[in-house]
Design a protein around this ligand. Structure first.
Ligand code: ADQ
Length: 742
């Protein structure tokens, strides 16, 4: 079976547009991403959506669109100011430095942010207009971070993948972003988010926990209704293309040119975009130090630094250019001669074939970024040198440092170490060693093509899992309506915390809102309603006691009928909990913000108000301790949403629900809603009682135990209000009224 087509979106299209004699011509560029996707294109068709990179007036847009179509591209046209705010203003001045950990270079501007949002919306509209149903969508990089969520909001159900080509910083850095929640929520609209290194995934997970309160597994997290897969999928290059280019006349000329000009000398090479993340000044300063401290190498070594102009409109880049030029001038002034120039500085972009010739001529490659998502130059150098071997001095702050074990790793912040690595390179035996050979085979196997295949297969397998999950609740349509509207004697079972009422950091703050009371009262006129909670009876009486509803307290310890009469279901005392109280109290001491809730036959440790990461860590510790302490006792541990509870083994919502179903065996339809693990027991018993007459709803996302879901309590209240309208006047009045005889 052939794979479905694919839509690729990136800020810039991989083409250069030029006007030639009244015609627009698009010339494809051949960056790493294009190469990776070209191989995918051979197996399946794909279209590339993006900004053509230039301002195109309305009257010429049709012609540009036609020129791009020939290259499988579709334009998203942007106005001049809009593009400026989106691209330079927010993407390059705020996100780029911040995600590289350079807080002081990140300058937030509300108007640039508005443009960023608007442009992401434009991309979302363009994709919705272009995509076929089910067609996977693969979004690239930080410029389009809001796009996944925007597509979801437009009802797109296709698999959405996002790849971040640059690092994700630690929470301490990320938290300084003014729009930190928006960007995170935007990304979490994707099914799969790919990163170059686990380090970035780890930072991302901590950030989701601390900013949005979302706990995660190593490779996935739940966001609302969906599972978001987090992948470590490092990009590669196309080694065959590099092999091919080695034979190109430009590559050969470049290689011979450098070798002839530097006979008897060692050649060091740096190839970078002129960007402050790339560590170019640090490299030059270390080279200067090498010449200062190692006089015998003066005149014997040359550093060729190619620095392709980049983002020239941004002030930080202009300053960097000046600084680099000053350093080059200073070194050449000090250590140069009429016959020798220590630093050959090339401030322009060089063709890929010439670059391959340069790599081949370089005894040592210096890749010294202060921070870099991956850094393809390191991989390209290894592939270009191949069997010749070589020496790669590589910053540990580049993603590629996690992959290239044969490189000499350095910190660009440690000048002495960088100097020492240069010297080692200069004095080592030329040729192939085991470390370099390993890198050559690694780069040869882990290609760009494999990277794209891995990402896409992850994206597509993810969707298959999702297909079996629940659907959003809408009581006024579809199967849910069919089941509910026939009810004459409905029974409604509702959990309280997290279901009817949002969580608060202190449990006693979660009093019912006026809306909760209104909905429960209205519902109780149409149905038999129970609030099935883990709360203590006296709290429930205080909060909901005036309503004509039934209640279940402490997960099933006792049941209150609609007349307010409590019946103890289990004869359990809290005495058995005494031995574990000191353990829990110790955890309260150890974990600032956490607290104990002592109930009549259970005890709960709440850590909602604690530091999210530390609270989760302590919870894991506590679970281990409790497992030993409760071994063989009548109590077990329940892990809820930021709460750990110890309760009697027989006090379960499942058993209590079974009893309610017996008590109300005349009920013809059962509606149940919950949000926590204890509610799964309730859902299962309800579902087993006869699936065709039940509607089960999970609050906060999809859950295997419920057929339907809503995002949050407010949405459930709205659906319950609809339900009242649906049942209004149709259900048997006797059933809906307070019981006097049962
Ligand atoms: P970049 O920041 O652009 O990419 P990098 O990966 O080093 O960084 O380079 C991309 C390409 O540009 C390479 O193929 C290289 O040959 C070419 N290049 C660099 N300098 C050049 C020059 N002076 N002249 C001509 N060509 C030059 C972002 C992230 C990286 C990540 C890539 C891919 O910042 O960390 O590796 O995406 O995911």
């Amino acid at each position: 079976m052939s794979s479905p087509k694919l839509i690729v979106a990136s800020a810039r299209l991989p083409v250069t547009m030029a006007r030639k004699l009244e015609r627009w011509v698009a010339t494809p560029s051949n960056g790493g991403l294009v190469t990776a996707l070209k191989s995918v294109a051979d197996e399946r068709g794909f279209r590339w959506l993006g900004w053509p990179g230039t301002n195109v007036v309305e009257s010429e847009r049709e012609a540009v669109t036609a020129a791009l179509r020939e290259h499988g591209s579709e334009p998203v046209f942007l106005g001049k100011a809009e593009a400026e705010g989106f691209y330079e203003g927010f993407s390059n001045r705020v996100l780029w430095p911040l995600l590289h950990g350079m807080v002081e270079r990140s300058h937030f501007s509300p108007s640039a942010w508005r443009n960023y949002c608007r442009v992401n919306e434009k991309f979302a509209d363009a994709i919705v207009a272009s995509a076929d149903p089910g067609e996977p969508i693969w979004i690239h990089d930080y410029q389009l971070a809001l796009l996944p969520e925007m597509l979801r909001k437009r009802g797109v159900r296709s698999p959405i993948g996002f790849f971040l080509h640059i690092p994700f910083p630690s929470f301490e850095v990320y938290r300084t972003l003014a729009v930190r929640e928006d960007i995170l929520r935007g990304l979490l609209g994707a099914d799969v988010i790919g990163f170059h290194a686990y380090e970035y995934v780890s930072h991302f997970r901590t950030t989701c926990l601390k900013v949005l309160g979302i706990e995660s597994e190593v490779d996935e997290l739940r966001f609302g209704a969906r599972t978001v897969n987090l992948g470590v999928i490092p990009i590669g290059i196309d080694p065959l293309l590099i092999d091919e280019m080695k034979g190109h006349e430009d590559a050969i000329a470049e290689r011979h040119g450098i070798q002839n000009a530097n006979q008897g000398k060692k050649v060091m090479l740096g190839v970078d975009r002129l960007d402050y993340t790339k560590g170019i000044p640090e490299k030059l300063l270390a080279f200067e130090e090498l010449l200062r401290t190692q006089p015998k190498w003066r005149g014997k070594v040359v550093l060729i630094q190619v620095a392709a102009p980049s983002r020239e409109a941004v002030a930080d880049y202009q300053n960097l250019k000046r600084h680099v030029e000053e350093l080059v001038g200073r070194i050449n002034g000090q250590y140069g001669s009429p016959t020798h120039t220590p630093v050959v500085y090339i401030n322009k972009s060089v063709s890929r074939t010439r670059l391959v010739g340069m790599y081949q001529a370089a005894d040592i490659a210096l890749v010294t970024p202060l921070r870099d998502g991956m850094n393809l130059v390191a991989l390209e150098y290894v592939a270009a040198r191949g069997e010749m071997g070589g020496c790669l001095v590589l910053s540990e702050f580049a993603g590629s440092a996690h992959l290239l074990s044969g490189a000499r790793l350095i910190s660009p912040y440690n000048q002495e170490d960088l100097c020492a690595a240069m010297l080692e390179g200069l004095t080592s035996e030329p040729g192939m060693d085991a470390g370099f050979a390993h890198m050559v085979s690694f780069v040869g196997e882990n290609t760009a093509k494999l990277w794209a295949q891995k990402f896409l297969s992850r994206l597509e397998s993810h969707t298959e899992d999702e297909a079996v999950l629940a659907v959003p609740l809408d009581v006024s349509s579809g199967k849910a309506r069919d089941r509910l509207e026939s009810a004459r004697q409905p029974l409604v079972l509702l959990d309280y915390d997290g279901t009817l009422r949002r969580y608060e950091s202190q449990p006693m703050q979660a009093k019912p809102t006026a809306e909760v009371l209104r909905v429960l009262r209205a519902l109780s006129a149409q149905a038999v309603v129970y609030v099935v909670s883990g709360r203590q009876a006296d709290v429930m009486d205080r909060w909901l006691g005036d309503l004509p509803i039934g209640m279940v307290c402490e997960h099933g310890l006792a049941i209150r009928d609609r007349d307010g009469e409590w019946t103890q279901r289990l004869n359990v005392s809290g005495a058995g909990l005494k031995p574990i109280e000191p353990i829990l109290e110790e955890f309260v001491q150890r974990t600032p913000g956490s607290l104990l809730e002592k109930k009549s036959a259970s005890i709960a440790w709440h850590y909602r108000a604690s530091d999210p990461e530390y609270g989760t860590f302590q919870a894991h510790q506590l679970l281990g301790v409790l497992e030993d302490a409760l071994n063989g006792s009548q109590f077990n541990v329940l892990r809820g949403r930021r709460v750990i509870e110890v309760r009697h083994v027989n006090a379960t919502k499942g058993d209590a629900t079974a009893e309610l179903l017996r008590l109300h065996s005349d009920a013809d339809v059962v509606f149940a809603a919950g949000d926590d693990r204890t509610d799964e027991e309730m859902m299962e018993v309800v579902a087993r009682s006869g699936g065709e007459r039940t509607v089960t709803c999970w609050v906060g996302g999809q859950n295997a135990s419920a057929e339907y879901w809503v995002e949050e309590p407010e949405q459930l209240l709205a659906e319950l209000t609809e339900l009242c309208a649906l049942w209004g006047g149709r259900v048997s009045p006797a059933h809906g009224k307070k019981r006097s005889s049962d």
